[in-house]
Design a protein around this ligand. Structure first.
Ligand code: ATP
Length: 436
């Protein structure tokens, strides 16, 4: 049974993971701010993704394209014409619904039973203006996906890095969608972050690469701690596919509200490169010098949401246990994702030498990873605080530490304790943090 979402929302607020945007003004609908620990977790998720895809492979390059792009990009991609939800309004309660989320053909409001308006299209892109004058020529859009920044840089990357197909381009970055049906915490936000790869392949090899990427991406979530039974693959039916896709599989996660999309892997064929070549008048072909042939590559796109991944990692790692008749809440996050890697806790905060030794250890560990020093409560409470934010190791300094120069390291999950030489602590923790 997945944890109740209210528990996650409350932990996120209480412990500084996620806050509502502009909260002191009553909040901004479906926009969220990441607090100190959320910012760390989100960075770690992106880092784990970047490492797995850019550093651990030799066929992917990174990119960081701008959010604002030439408006014709969005004409070529089809977003101006068709990046829209079909919506109906309830005449009685004024609520708005996506047609694909209510009963097919229904003319009645799913909430109050009132009559619904005829369906109409609503474009999801945020429009703005560049330059001093607000006219048609200055129209710009906040990108609704990061993918197009990759397509328009296809030739730049090939030429500057001398890449051969198959190869991919990866980037993480903000995307914006004026979502109408929102809710479910950060799951559907108006401003969010994506982590996308466009993997360019020779036409004819696309189906094989598509299947490989579905598996590769599924394994990534499992590697970083999501339980297998909470993940499933859902292949899109032909009539469900986006206009650019030949095939698409969603990796779905069992969120508290239901199974929902975490990431989509699509076979986008040569749709985007062809469309940009046509609209820009530039050649976006690849020349295979060994086979002496030119072609427009096909592209496989694994496209995930950082915020959805963060939410899934939080939900999946949350557990409540009873230890010596007391409830303990633990975020069993993968060590690579945990916002704080180790906490240093002096057992006696009124003993100067103990505090000084603990502070010295904290300073030393700081150069290696994110560490937190805390002496503001009893040891039981200090442990509980760290368990609740997923800190893998707590280091305690006690009176004996002053003479034997050893400290106690407690493991978050097993709660087992190890006595370790203070001088060897950094190496000991680094070794543990790098394991599994
Ligand atoms: P949905 O059907 O849930 O609206 P989508 O199919 O439109 O999603 P894509 O266009 O495939 O989503 O975007 C790729 C990924 O970006 C999604 O798998 C999701 O993780 C993330 N994403 C998309 N829209 C949002 C949003 N409004 N808030 C947070 N993440 C999002």
């Amino acid at each position: 049974m997945p944890v109740d979402m209210t528990k996650i929302v409350s932990l996120c607020k209480r412990r500084g993971f996620v806050f509502q945007s502009s909260e002191i003004y009553g909040g901004m609908g479906s926009v969220w701010d990441y607090g100190p620990l959320g910012a760390e977790l989100k960075r770690n998720v992106k880092e784990a993704w970047w490492r797995a895809n850019v550093y651990e492979r030799d066929d992917i390059e990174g990119l960081d394209a701008a959010i604002l792009m030439h408006p014709r990009v969005w004409e070529a991609s089809g977003h101006v014409a068709s990046f829209a939800d079909t919506l109906v309004d309830c005449i009685t309660c004024k609520k708005r619904f996506r047609v694909d989320k209510i009963q097919p053909g229904s003319k009645k409001c799913p909430e109050c039973g009132g009559a619904l308006t005829e369906p109409r299209q609503f474009n999801l892109m945020f429009k703005t203006h560049c330059g001093a004058v607000e006219n048609e020529e200055g129209i710009a859009y906040l990108r609704p996906e990061t993918a197009q920044g990759i397509f328009v840089n296809f030739s730049n990357v090939i030429d500057s890095l001398r890449r051969k197909i198959p190869f991919g381009i990866a980037q993480t970055g903000k995307a914006f969608r004026n979502e109408i049906t929102t809710g479910d915490f950060t799951f559907r936000s108006r401003e969010f972050e994506q982590m996308e790869i466009e993997y360019f392949v020779k036409p004819g090899t696309d189906e094989e690469w598509y299947r490989k990427w579905v598996q590769e991406r599924l394994n990534w979530y499992i590697r970083f701690g999501i339980k297998k039974e909470n993940l499933r693959l859902r292949e899109h039916a032909k009539d469900e596919l986006a206009h650019y896709a030949k095939a698409c599989t969603d990796i779905e996660y069992l969120f508290p509200m239901d199974w929902r999309e975490l990431e989509g892997i699509a076979n986008r064929t040569d749709f985007d490169l062809k469309a940009h070549a046509k609209t820009s008048g530039k050649t976006l072909e690849y020349f295979d010098d060994q086979a002496n042939e030119r072609y427009i590559p096909y592209v496989i796109e694994p496209s995930g949401g950082v915020d959805r991944a963060v939410l899934a990692f939080l939900i999946d790692s949350y557990r409540e246990e009873v230890v010596r008749k007391e409830k303990r809440v633990v975020l069993g996050l993968h060590k690579a994702l945990a916002p704080v890697k180790a906490a240093v806790l002096p057992l006696l905060r009124n003993r100067d030498e103990v505090v000084r030794m603990a502070e010295g250890i904290t300073g030393d560990l700081r150069s290696a990873f994110r560490v937190m020093y805390d002496d503001t409560a009893s040891i039981g409470r200090l442990y509980r605080r760290q368990d609740e934010i997923g800190t893998p190791y707590c280091v305690t300094v006690d009176v004996d530490s002053l003479t034997d120069k050893k400290v106690t390291v407690r493991d978050r999950d097993s709660m087992e304790q190890d006595r370790v030489e203070a001088s060897n602590l950094k190496a000991y923790l680094l070794d543990k943090l790098e394991g599994d």
